[in-house]
Write a protein that binds this ligand. Structure first.
Ligand SMILES: [Zn+2]
Length: 414
């Protein structure tokens, strides 16, 4: 089971100074900043999923790459761009997709098979996913109800996806591409997914990505996989697009799933309200110490003269100092909590007392062997700025890998 990590140009600066909160004067992002597979020691990801919409941008401007980054990606290729060959562990595979979420609102995909083939071939991907159109909805009733409110649109999107998959594969053959093409199955029910997989196999695909399953419940995903397995040729491999369900991953293998991609462990570090810092058996809430100038409401209050900027900055620094002292065994939890409380009177943050006490009392970062926690200590559990938040995301990836391996091992033992 291969784990692909979707790229969103998430990097950390190894030279960032947590005491002064400054980057080195001579930092060159492209050269110095590290991707997850570089910042973490050992084998964490099996593959990188890169979306054309993120690299090339879209009409609505969804791209994450600067023009210089994009040019560099095309010039040196995906392996060199991400320095994949220097990463520890088995070779990291590269998979490209067209970024169907960026045009989910449109009637038809705004990209042609040849345009995505250009992207995959020029950047030198190992695997390339055909152009698809996401069906956002799940209702098996649409299989038999001709009056179903969404049924017509769902069928239309599935047909477009299959037509484009046929064109994509034909063009891949004409152009003698070196990457392995994947077809995409979109559906709204177990039967419709199975029908899409059957059609894709008839077109000639032996590797199929299952799209649109992100919002589905685990039971619905399993129902689809069961139905698909009746249609699946023994040699056909499945990829789950954007589906995590770590505790079910081992079970998915029995249905022919050989790879999946997910950002959720990484993103929970700074997107989730509670589950920010993961460990082998539980999650913790990170300690919020926002920057004074990072809170729009506080900034407005300072400008309006309602809050004294000097006091705000002083209290913010007192929190950081107390946390560092606690980490060094020179302050008590009580002292840290007092500092946080004084700062929160200004920031207005509420309801974090219990979760702060919990993570401080358990010091989970002290027992984590990952290269992030061992290097930056307590900073990894502070919810504050991209350097700390992304490090916590990388730590979560490390934990995700450990848990995934444990579950896969347990499965093969049984
Ligand atoms: Zn760690």
């Amino acid at each position: 089971m291969k784990f692909f990590f979707p790229d969103s140009q998430d990097q950390i600066d190894p030279g960032f100074d947590f005491a002064t909160e400054e980057h080195p004067a001579l930092r060159v992002r492209q050269r110095d900043d590290l991707y997850a597979h570089e910042a973490l020691d050992g084998h964490v990801i099996d593959g990188l999923l890169v979306s054309r919409a993120i690299v090339d941008g879209t009409a609505s401007g969804a791209g994450k790459y600067t023009a210089a980054q994009r040019n560099r990606m095309y010039r040196v290729g995906v392996r060199h761009f991400f320095r994949l060959d220097q990463a520890p562990g088995p070779p990291i595979q590269t998979m490209g997709d067209c970024g169907a979420f960026s045009y989910i609102q449109e009637d038809e995909p705004p990209v042609t098979p040849d345009q995505v083939i250009d992207f995959y071939a020029e950047c030198g991907f190992d695997l390339g996913i055909s152009v698809d159109h996401v069906i956002f909805g799940f209702d098996p009733a649409a299989d038999t109800d001709p009056q179903h409110s969404q049924g017509k649109q769902w069928r239309y999107r599935q047909q477009i996806t299959l037509d484009l998959a046929a064109k994509f594969l034909a063009r891949c053959k004409d152009r003698k591409v070196r990457f392995e093409p994947l077809g995409v199955a979109q559906g709204w029910s177990p039967a419709s997914y199975a029908a899409a997989v059957r059609s894709l196999q008839e077109i000639g695909y032996t590797r199929i990505a299952l799209g649109g399953m992100v919002p589905l419940k685990t039971g619905e995903i399993l129902a689809c996989l069961r139905e698909i397995s009746a249609a699946r040729d023994p040699g056909t491999q499945l990829h789950l697009l954007g589906v995590t369900r770590r505790s079910n991953i081992a079970e998915f293998t029995s249905y022919g799933v050989t790879s999946f991609d997910s950002t959720s462990a990484f993103r929970q570090a700074f997107k989730d309200d509670k589950d920010n810092y993961h460990t082998a058996d539980r999650t913790y809430t990170a300690i919020r110490v926002p920057q004074v100038d990072g809170l729009p409401r506080l900034k407005r209050q300072i400008l309006a003269g309602q809050v004294d900027q000097g006091t705000a900055v002083q209290r913010e620094r007192a929190c950081l100092r107390a946390l560092q002292e606690y980490n060094a065994g020179e302050a008590s939890i009580r002292q840290v909590m007092d500092a946080l409380q004084r700062y929160n009177e200004i920031t207005g943050l509420k309801g974090c007392e219990e979760s702060c006490r919990d993570i401080l009392a358990n010091v989970p970062w002290k027992s984590c062997p990952c290269s992030i926690c061992t290097k930056v200590g307590i900073n990894v559990v502070l919810f504050r700025g991209s350097e700390r938040n992304k490090r916590r995301g990388f730590h979560n990836l490390y934990v995700f890998r450990q848990r995934l391996d444990r579950e896969l091992d347990a499965r093969s033992v049984v």
